[in-house]
Design a protein around this ligand. Structure first.
Ligand SMILES: Nc1ncnc2c1ncn2[C@@H]1O[C@H](COP(=O)(O)OP(=O)(O)OP(=O)(O)O)[C@@H](O)[C@H]1O
Ligand SMILES: [Mg+2]
Length: 266
């Protein structure tokens, strides 16, 4: 009989996390929105964040993006501490997010909505225009070129000149994602991208998020549309009362009677 080969013990390479959260706590008075949250997001992977209303999902995105500070804990992007930095600094380091309520400029065209990036501030352009008009024009040309490329990626090139208010709701949600993509992010947080979206925009949203992840971005999606999360995500995270209760394949999480009771019982 042939000798049994020795077991191979080569270590499986573990990819470095893009986003690493440790021990994150946050409370508002008696409401605990984050309770010892540990979470990592990895390049190329899509994590689905699920849990009932009020579980703390949006609050977690708010903590990561710097809407409000944590009481305790650390947030690192590619090893660099984010907590303590202003929102636009975090965006500058490669963090992008969308908002549960859209925050578009309804009377501006789709293209102009993208040109109004997370790093532009009112008045700033006028000052720079006075100091360095050529530089401002070059930068705007570059931003426009980038916006056109993002509109191609999000299948919105055909409505670049349309006012945001005149789009279907699904297209508006895609513009929200397109704005986030203007940032060349390392990590993308999507807060309920599918809420109210149906028809063609649903398929497009799914394809766009997949392509973004495939390009090496670490993606986290909050969504109540469980079918969307199940089809899209490599992994699910279940939150309840500010805590991460479970992490694993989405199919396993949504089949767990303890978790479904928490999801639907509240
Ligand atoms: N800035 C704030 N001040 C006080 N309470 C807040 C604040 N932000 C969130 N909360 C509370 O924290 C809890 C968690 O809210 P959060 O919006 O994070 O839930 P969620 O999981 O996103 O829910 P949903 O699925 O309904 O969007 C809620 O009770 C909410 O009222
Ligand atoms: Mg929310």
């Amino acid at each position: 009989m042939a000798p049994v080969p020795a077991p191979v013990t080569a270590p499986v390479p573990v990819p470095a996390p893009v986003l690493a959260i440790e021990g994150l706590d946050k409370r508002f008075g008696g409401i605990v929105v984050a309770d010892g949250i540990d979470l990592t997001l990895t390049a190329g992977r899509i994590v689905g964040l699920i849990g009932p209303n009020g579980a703390g999902k949006t609050s977690l995105f708010n903590l990561i993006s710097g809407v409000f500070p944590p009481d305790a804990g650390t947030i690192r992007l590619d090893g660099q501490r984010l907590d303590g930095l202003a929102m636009h600094r975090r965006a500058g380091l490669g963090l992008a997010r969308t908002w549960q309520n859209l925050r578009l400029f309804p009377s501006l065209s789709v293209l102009d909505n993208l040109m109004m990036g997370p790093r532009s501030y009112p008045g700033e352009r006028l000052l720079r225009l006075a100091l360095d008009p050529g530089g401002v024009r070059r930068q705007e040309d570059e931003t426009r070129r980038r916006a056109r490329a993002v509109l191609e990626r999000t299948r919105l090139a055909g409505v670049a000149g349309t006012r945001a208010a005149d789009l279907t709701f699904g297209q508006q949600k895609l513009v929200g994602v397109a704005r986030a993509l203007m940032n060349d992010a390392r990590c993308l947080l999507l807060d309920e991208p599918m809420a109210g979206v149906e028809g063609q925009a649903y398929e497009i949203m799914q394809a766009v998020v997949r392509e973004v992840a495939a390009s090496g971005v670490a993606v986290c999606v909050v969504e109540h549309n469980v079918a969307f999360i199940r089809d899209l995500c490599d992994e699910g995270v279940f939150m309840f009362a500010g805590r991460v209760l479970a992490r694993g394949p989405v199919g396993t999480l949504i089949a767990d009677p303890r978790l479904t009771e928490l999801y639907f019982g509240t």
